[in-house]
Design a protein around this ligand. Structure first.
Ligand code: GUE
Ligand code: MG
Length: 300
C-alpha cells in the first residue's frame, strides 16, 4: 500500500470543533443558537442511521436539533405544511428533508418549498443556480466535504485534471461545479461514458459517486492520483458471521490504494465529512440570517 490515507473521520472532528467554537461565540456575543430541523418521512434504513448520528452531533456542537418524523403515507400537503412552519420559525436556520422520499411525494416540489436561505442541503434550484454561476449559495454537504479534503491535501487545485464519476444532482453535478470553481479541468463521467477506464486514467483527482460497490479498480487509477470515494454500499459479509454486513465504497480500496497518492477510506472518509458540513452549513445560514460575518474555511 502506497497511498496516504485521508482520514475523513479525524478531519470531520476538526471541522465540528471549529463549528462548536463559532457556535459558542454566537451564544456569548449575540445570544444566538443555530437551529437545524430534519424532516424524515417513512422508514428508509440509510436515512435512519444518518438521522441518528446527525442529531447527536448537532447537539454536541451546541446547536438546537429538531426532528420531524412523519408516517410514510403522509400527504404532500401535510409535508408542505411542516416545511412552511419551519420556514417561518426564526429559531430554525437549517432545514433538511431526508431523501429519498416515498414514491407518492414529488421531491422537486418538496425541495422547492424550502426557504433557499435555510436549504442546508443546497438542493433548491436557487442554490443550484447560484453555485452554477459562481455566486454565494448553500453548497451540498457531500461535495463540500470532498472539496475541503482536497484543498487540505493539495493546497491549490488549480490546473488539475479532475474526473467525477456520477452525474447526480446531489453529488456529481455540484462536485463538478466546485472543482471548476477551484480551476480544475473537469470531466463528468457516467454509465454511458465510452472508455471509462481511460477517462479515469487521465485524472489527477478521481471522485467516485456512482453507488456501485467497488466498481473502480486500481488499474484505472493514474499512479499518484488522489481518490475520493463517495460510495457507501452495504454488502453481505458471511465471512464475518451469519447475517453480518460490511461497508464498501465505489472504489476497490485495496487495489486503488496500491497506486493512488492519496485515498479516502469507507467508512471513515466522505461520510463523516458530510455530517460535519451539514453543521457548517447550518452555522453559515445562521450567520447570514443575522447579518453576521461567516466563519472562514467552512464554505466553498
Ligand atoms: N437530504 C438528505 N441529505 C443527505 O445528506 C442524506 C439524505 N438526505 N439521505 C440519506 C443520505 C445518507 N447520508 C449519509 C451521511 C453520512 C454517513 C456516514 O457518516 N457514514 C459513515 C458510516 C456509517 C455506518 O457505519 O453505517 C462513514 O462513511 O464512515 C452515511 C450516510 C446522507 N444522506
Ligand atoms: Mg419520489
Amino acid at each position: 500500500m502506497s497511498a496516504q490515507v485521508i482520514d475523513g473521520k479525524a478531519f470531520a472532528a476538526k471541522v465540528r470543533a471549529q463549528v462548536a467554537t463559532e457556535v459558542g461565540k454566537l451564544a456569548t456575543e449575540h445570544d444566538l443558537v443555530p437551529g437545524l430541523a430534519v424532516v424524515l418521512v417513512g422508514e428508509d434504513p440509510a436515512s435512519q442511521v444518518y438521522v441518528r448520528s446527525k442529531g447527536k452531533m448537532t447537539v454536541e456542537v451546541g446547536m438546537k436539533s429538531v426532528e420531524h418524523r412523519l408516517d410514510d403515507d403522509t400527504t404532500e400537503a401535510a409535508l408542505l405544511d411542516v416545511i412552511k412552519s419551519l420556514n417561518e420559525d426564526p429559531t430554525i436556520h437549517g432545514i433538511l428533508v431526508q431523501l429519498p422520499l416515498p414514491k407518492h411525494l414529488n421531491e422537486d416540489l418538496v425541495i422547492g418549498s424550502i426557504d433557499p436561505a435555510k436549504d442546508v442541503d443546497g438542493f433548491h434550484i436557487s442554490n443550484v443556480g447560484l453555485l452554477g454561476t459562481g455566486q454565494k449559495s448553500m453548497v451540498p454537504c457531500t461535495p463540500l466535504g470532498c472539496l475541503m479534503m482536497l484543498r487540505d491535501h493539495h493546497g491549490s487545485l488549480s490546473g488539475m485534471d479532475a474526473v467525477v464519476i456520477g452525474r447526480s444532482n446531489i453529488v456529481g453535478k455540484p462536485m463538478a461545479q466546485l472543482l471548476l470553481g477551484d480551476s480544475c479541468t473537469v470531466t463528468i463521467a457516467h454509465s454511458r461514458t465510452k472508455d471509462l477506464p481511460d477517462v479515469v486514467r487521465r485524472a489527477d483527482i478521481v471522485v467516485a459517486a456512482v453507488g456501485r460497490p467497488e466498481m473502480v479498480p486500481g488499474d484505472w487509477i493514474k499512479p499518484g492520483a488522489t481518490v475520493i470515494d463517495v460510495g457507501i454500499n452495504r454488502l453481505d459479509a458471511p465471512e464475518k458471521g451469519e447475517g453480518k454486513t460490511r461497508l464498501v465504497g465505489d472504489v476497490h480500496y485495496e487495489s486503488a490504494a496500491a497506486v493512488a497518492g492519496a485515498i479516502t477510506p469507507v467508512p471513515g472518509g466522505v461520510g463523516p465529512m458530510t455530517i460535519a458540513c451539514l453543521l457548517a452549513n447550518t452555522l453559515t445560514a445562521c450567520c447570514r440570517a443575522n447579518g453576521l460575518p461567516e466563519p472562514e474555511g467552512l464554505t466553498a
